[in-house]
Ligand binder design. Structure first.
Ligand code: XMP
Ligand code: MG
Length: 187
């Protein structure tokens, strides 16, 4: 899907396809340095992290496995509450593994904070987090995020895996929606 396919539903492009590609390559290089001589288990958080996972994994040279988790945080629509439910658990045993959680976005940080603690209790050697995007609110929660792509303003963003009402995940960039898109749904 291209920007031009969105007509006037697109407000602005925040991070371009090229910027994402370059930043992921830098993150992958950092990861390769940090995990030299080791193997990584990448844990992608469905569904938003699919694009980051696919592109970041392909940029990493360190041997790795990929597994997936789906979680839902209870709460009203766009705000997460910190109470997390596992919808799909990992297939892998984490004993002795170097786990790297891959996320699309950290907002309040509550979901990631819960997930990191949960995975750490399963006997891995290490658990770290890589996220493409981070919002300012995330700083309020004490969750240590080792790899951050971009710090972004506190706006709702779509594209590159991120959805609004399940749409726009297939945009190659990260952007914001025009206000009329939200108004159309609430009417
Ligand atoms: P936390 O617990 O960090 O939750 O508040 C992060 C989750 O909230 C969703 N989220 C967004 N999804 N555009 C989206 O499409 C956004 O701007 C946005 N901010 C937060 C997302 O599911 C993420 O995993
Ligand atoms: Mg997500």
């Amino acid at each position: 899907m291209k920007a031009s396919d969105m007509g006037d539903d697109l407000e602005k492009i925040l991070i371009t396809e090229e910027e994402i590609k370059q930043r992921l390559a830098q993150m992958a290089a950092e990861i390769d340095r940090d995990y030299e001589g080791k193997e990584i288990l990448l844990v992608g958080v469905l569904r938003g992290a699919i694009m980051v996972m696919a592109d970041l994994a392909r940029a990493i040279s360190t041997p790795l496995e990929m597994d997936w988790m789906a979680v839902s945080s209870y709460g009203s629509g766009t705000k997460s509450s910190g109470v997390v439910r596992i919808l799909k658990d990992l297939d892998s045993d984490l004993t002795g593994k170097h786990v790297l959680i891959v996320e699309d976005i950290i907002d309040s940080g509550l979901t990631l904070s819960w997930l990191k603690t949960n995975l750490a209790s399963r006997g891995p050697v290490s658990v770290e987090i890589a996220t493409l995007l981070r919002k300012p609110e995330a700083a309020k929660v004490d969750v240590d995020v080792k790899y951050v792509g971009f710090d972004i303003p506190n706006e709702f963003v779509i594209g590159y895996g991120l959805d609004y009402a399940e749409k726009y995940r297939n945009l190659p960039f990260v952007g914001t929606l025009a206000p009329h898109v939200y108004e159309a749904v609430s009417e």
